[in-house]
Design a protein around this ligand. Structure first.
Ligand code: ATP
Ligand code: MG
Ligand code: FE
Length: 348
């Protein structure tokens, strides 16, 4: 089965062609980072308009790369939520309309299920069951995954998401958006141990997270060392980035280990933009080694938003018989644990 995947939930237009037997045939991404850069964050209306401009040329380009035509496509998967409503509407309208025109089924995919299943596109994919740490710009969740669509939420952030915390810390240090990779790069030059930032909620039982206190602590430290330009000197900025990253990483590591111990599972999947973080991967590897657990993640470009993960997740659901009605429905808010398990088909 050949599936076209469409992702437009935020500020990336992602397209991919995935074949259930032959794997990923082609993928393409247009990032709107430059469009939103001067605003220091994503402007929803600009995001929708840019998706409108980029989506059809990108579909043509990716289908040409995959060497396929409309007649070869057996189904279309598009992100139906969660995300920005206007941005979602672009991908959903185009995806649904093309499926109607080409007389093939369509399916609306949950963006976080896409992230969660992205490591399945790699050479040694994880087997079920596993624990998933979803760490992205909008989510920080620990999920027990029995199979596709059987998700149990173990814990989540009570305030900011981990990626959002990275973005806000970056803004405090006058780094560009999205801030995660910039903080990570700056932190490499930092002096470990000069500052020690609080590890939120690690001494409390449970698997929830909170990053707002760490954000305030970072802001106060920046203010304390700020010079005339409102910023600490270069070395101090690097030391702050380092302390911030270490605090986020060790909080995530402690909770992942706790989730594996609580569930008795030995496999951890990390997904979403923050799973690209090298320090997080290294520290998790070390911690999991001690308890004989294994870690899985997607290649770098499939940690952040992309069309391949949507094509993959959608292909699984289409192959199992799931179908969307002709209506274009998006869900800006959509809890992951309300998805139907794959073995229950939800034909419209
Ligand atoms: P969601 O998936 O929750 O809807 P999103 O799609 O905006 O949110 P992603 O695209 O998965 O999020 O990830 C983007 C986030 O990942 C940003 O907050 C970014 O700063 C962060 N990020 C990307 N690379 C890194 C890195 N190397 N270290 C830390 N954070 C990173
Ligand atoms: Mg993004
Ligand atoms: Fe995302």
């Amino acid at each position: 089965m050949l599936v076209l995947g469409v992702e437009t939930s935020c500020d990336e237009t992602g397209l991919a062609v995935y074949h259930t037997e032959r794997g990923l045939l082609a993928h393409g991404l247009y990032s709107q980072v430059a469009v939103h850069a001067e605003y220091g964050g994503v402007v929803p209306e600009l995001a929708s308009r840019d998706h409108v401009r980029k989506i059809l040329p990108l579909i043509r380009e990716v289908m040409a790369d995959a060497n396929c035509s409309a007649a070869d496509i057996d189904g279309i998967a598009y992100t139906a939520g969660p995300g920005l409503v206007g941005a979602l509407m672009v991908g959903a309208s185009v995806g649904r309309a093309l499926a109607y025109a080409w007389d093939v089924p369509a399916v609306g995919v949950h963006h976080m299920e896409g992230h969660l299943l992205a490591p399945m596109l790699e050479d040694s994919p994880p087997e079920f069951p596993f624990v998933a740490l979803l760490v992205s710009g909008g989510h920080t969740q620990l999920v027990s995954v029995a199979s596709i669509g059987r998700y149990q939420l173990l814990g989540e952030s009570l305030d900011d998401a981990a990626g959002e915390a990275f973005d806000k810390a970056a803004k405090m240090l006058d780094l560009d958006y999205p801030g995660g990779p910039h903080i990570a790069r700056l932190a490499e030059r930092g002096t470990p141990g000069r500052f020690s930032f609080p590890r939120p909620m690690v001494d409390r039982p449970g698997l929830d997270f909170s990053f707002s206190g760490l954000k305030t602590y970072t802001l106060n430290t920046v203010a304390k060392y700020a010079g005339a330009d409102g910023l600490p000197d270069e070395q101090t900025s690097a030391d702050i980035a380092c302390a911030f990253q270490e605090a986020v990483v060790s909080t995530l590591v402690i909770k992942c280990r706790r989730a594996l111990e609580a569930t008795g599972l030995k496999r951890l999947v990390i997904a979403g933009g923050v799973s690209a973080n090298t320090r997080l991967r290294a520290e998790l590897e070390r911690a999991l080694g001690k308890i004989g657990a294994e870690m899985f993640y997607a290649r770098h470009e499939f940690c952040t938003d992309n069309g391949a993960m949507i094509a993959y997740a959608g292909a699984q659901r289409l192959a199992a018989g799931q179908r969307e009605s002709l209506a274009v429905n998006v869900r800006p808010r959509w809890p992951l644990d309300t998805l139907p398990p794959l073995d229950v088909s939800t034909s419209a």
